[in-house]
Write a protein that binds this ligand. Sequence first.
Ligand code: F6R
Length: 609
Amino acid sequence: MCGIIGYVGNGEAAEFLMQGLTCLEYRGYDSAGIAVFDGRDLRIEKAVGRLDCLKEKLQGNTPAGHIGIGHTRWATHGAPSDLNAHPHADCTNSFAVVHNGIIENYLSIKEELLAKGHHFKSETDTEVLVHLLEDVYKGNFEVAVREVLRRVEGSYAMVFISKKDPDTLICSKQDNPMVIGLGEGENFIASDIPAIITKTRRTYIINDGEMAVVKKDSVWVFNKSGEPVTKKVLEVNWDAEAAEKGGYEHFMLKEIHEQPKAVRDTLTGHIASDNSSVILNELGWTAEYVNSFAKVYIVACGTAYHAALVGKYYIERLARISVEVDIASEFRYRQPIINDNTLIIVVSQSGETIDTMAALKEAKRLGGKTLAVTNVVGSSIAREADQVIYTCAGPEIAVASTKAYTTQLIVMALLGAYMAGLRKTVAPEMMQSLLGNLKKIPEGIETALQQEKEIKEFAKKYSTKEDLFYIGRALDYYVALEGSLKLKEISYIHAEAYAAGELKHGTLALITNEVPVVALATQKSVYEKTLSNIKEVKAREAVVIGIGLQGDKELQHYADHVIFIPETEELLAPLLAVVPLQLLAYYSAVARNCDVDKPRNLAKSVTVE
Ligand code: F6R
């Protein structure tokens, strides 16, 4: 879970590497480093801590040169330290490497190399790569890297630089993302697109097992057997600006405000103009095909898992097919019952989460039909699944996911309605009303965002508390789960989400006047019951912040504060109700002086199990 970067061209390598690392810092931020060939030697500079620590170290002392590699780390093997930071060099400082992933057989290789007299400086698995390269190098960089790749097992995205071949970078990947940016007289390597889009929109997405030899005027890609591969250029259509903060204090706040657009973009072209049906040409399913599904699984992690829970509700309610939702890291260990009548949907913003990927591979191995819902075109999960529906959220940089979640809900609603349309399980007028209301969601989110000021005030007031509860019934419960995760991960306030009716079976004992309760009451079918649960917590002196539909006087009567969302269908309320919860989490974290975009211990893309 690290960010890697490479540059070769006529420009100053260090300048691009530092700029690229800034965009990749969300992938890991406990140490960083660069290696640049300065015409004589490989100059390696690294520093523990945020990228700023490296920037400070380089002030007035930046290595000059036109080829280099860089890394921002999130520790897996070896604690964060200067020594464990990448790049790592061999004994003679002739080669250096940056690596994202885990080399599983590093111990046996290390023992072999130690016996041959190699000196290791770090505790990382990565360092074996570069000593092994030194060991097998017989004058041909490419041949030597190929030999290293033949020997190592595990997951990786790595870039090598060699002082003996100072015009060439060599990179390869397995189960970790890697993109090559194609410039004029310069080329770029990065873990992902935001790091290179200020330079070029023309990219090669590197596949598992491929190795690329990158010079300033050429990029050659080879498969595992060493045969050249003809790559298709993928034109990236993201705005360069979209990867910047655009005037907001944090990426998270910017991304919360981008939701109307992200949702609109995700809906575009998917609903017939008369709202009678969903169009998902990327699937092209028939009624017969959908009717063949005896069971659907939706598998994901974290926020995407919360979106999956809402997805279950949509598919079951609309298409009347039984759905099970699984946490990806649990899925493959419980021997799920899968055959060719099973549809497995994996949901992943990044498309790189290793547990979700492993679940997807297991589902395929067992013969299931697979569908990915992801935000990143060309990501590993997108390529592995039989079919893909993309969310169009644009790059999500903040570690805490916001616009990815709402766009995932949109895809889930589209999918539920699409399957229902094929199975004819929803009456035409109901379908029309649902799809018409779905189209109005972007404006609904805009309205929900207008209460930002009040929410900021509540957040300030309650940010001193150490425990909070989120309660709700039906879909509100799933939104409560997402709201509490947001608060925990960025403000470090302990928050728990409970199905409102379940509180009295034990947890009510924790409710006191010191524990505020955020109560969601947007689900009309269980509204009265939810109100009773609110009365239960009020009777224990909890302060209640209610989230309800515009004009709900009763909720206003019982709750201490109310945040309204615009009136919408029960099924679509999660898309609006989550917005105040995102803002509440954001402003609580700001009030507590937390590092909102880079919460402690967390990284954006989880590519280790
Ligand atoms: C929380 C959050 C994480 C991710 C999870 C899955 O705000 O962002 O819980 O949702 O790590 O990531 P993806 O969707 O990239 O598979």
